[in-house]
Design a protein around this ligand. Sequence first.
Ligand SMILES: [Zn+2]
Length: 82
Amino acid sequence: MPITEVIIVSSCGECGTEIETFTVKKDNMMLSTKELAWCSKCQADRPQVRDVAGRLEAIENEQQSYPKAVPAEPFHGKTPSP
Ligand SMILES: [Zn+2]
């Protein structure tokens, strides 16, 4: 099954407080918006910053963790001489 929906987190452009989370069809994904959103922390309408919080980010993190796991092994069992 192809991934057709992604989770989008909308945050306040001023203070970074999460305003809302919603899912959109990947085809309709729009990360930039000129709409203002109400920020409960700023108590004002703020420009939103949207980011993908769903599967796309999870895959990125997974890929980044691979190179770290490999170089750790050659050091195993090596003890420095006194
Ligand atoms: Zn804010």
